[in-house]
Design a protein around this ligand. Structure first.
Ligand SMILES: [Zn+2]
Length: 260
């Protein structure tokens, strides 16, 4: 079947100030602190709507001292979408900032790499440094959704729809997946946390929250190889995304940018 053409949106819902050593392995004493923004993404074709990641809620923001700008799921209304309409969600991985808010998406099925599921409930979680970015309540929700047959477990590259392909890359977590989507500009890649910032992959400087450094570096190549052009590789947490792309209409200003 021919690829459908998707519009792709990034919805920013939270932010925090970070130091360079928190963003780059080894840090950089010459750099001052920078912001980290938090996003979810939406893919929309004439026949299909997929949400990519689900973000965190206000309680999680308070606990982890993030500045909560707005609920990412409620923000879908800016694009004229009700949370009840969302029936397909790609979870790039299960870290707290990507996999919360299950209670707000009662009709969703979740696409998740099997390896990420195993990792999040496996023996690695006895290590505080690896466990810290996961929220156990979110993981319990995922297990509950699994028992309700709402988790679709994937093994590597999978075409979810004509024009939407996920690729497992690992690196940041054991089972991280990135999203390749067909747009009017060609193939666009949502890298999620395969690369938090443009600088991580452009300068091959890994992000310090890492499961496997070699796989993280390999993922930078994979992302580039899957996108039609370098400007169509979208990092997961970079404030520059809000500057390089425009709001689709005035009412979406500072909330949503259209990537393609
Ligand atoms: Zn993240």
């Amino acid at each position: 079947m021919a690829n459908e053409t998707y519009q792709v949106f990034a919805l920013r819902y939270a932010t925090v100030q970070r130091s360079s050593s928190e963003n780059f392995l080894g840090g950089d004493p010459h750099e001052t602190s920078t912001r980290m923004d938090y996003y979810v993404w939406l893919l929309r074709s004439p026949t299909r709507t997929l949400l990519v990641d689900t973000g965190f809620n206000e309680n999680a923001a308070r606990e982890r001292k993030r500045e909560f700008l707005r609920c990412p799921i409620e923000s879908l209304s800016v694009l004229g979408i009700s949370p009840h309409e969302i029936d397909e969600v790609i979870l790039t991985h299960l870290h707290y900032d990507h996999a919360g808010n299950h209670d707000l998406l009662p009709n969703a099925r979740f696409y998740l790499q099997e390896r990420e599921l195993h990792y999040a409930v496996g023996p690695s979680m006895r290590h505080a440094v690896l466990r810290h970015p996961y929220a156990v309540d979110d993981i319990v929700d995922v297990v509950r959704a699994l028992y309700e047959e709402r988790i679709v477990c994937l093994n590597g590259r999978t075409e979810l729809a004509p024009g939407v392909i996920v690729h497992q890359v690992g690196g940041h977590t054991a089972g991280l997946q990135i999203v390749q989507v067909w747009t009017r500009k060609g193939w666009l890649v949502l890298s999620s946390d395969a690369s938090h910032y443009y600088a991580n992959y452009e300068q091959a400087r890994p992000f310090p929250i890492v499961h496997n450094v070699a796989e993280m570096l390999d993922a930078y190549d994979t992302m580039r190889g899957l996108a039609a052009s370098p400007d169509l590789v979208i990092p997961g947490h970079d404030p520059l995304v809000m500057e390089r792309f425009r709001a689709p209409f005035a009412a979406a200003q500072d909330i949503v940018v259209q990537l393609a």
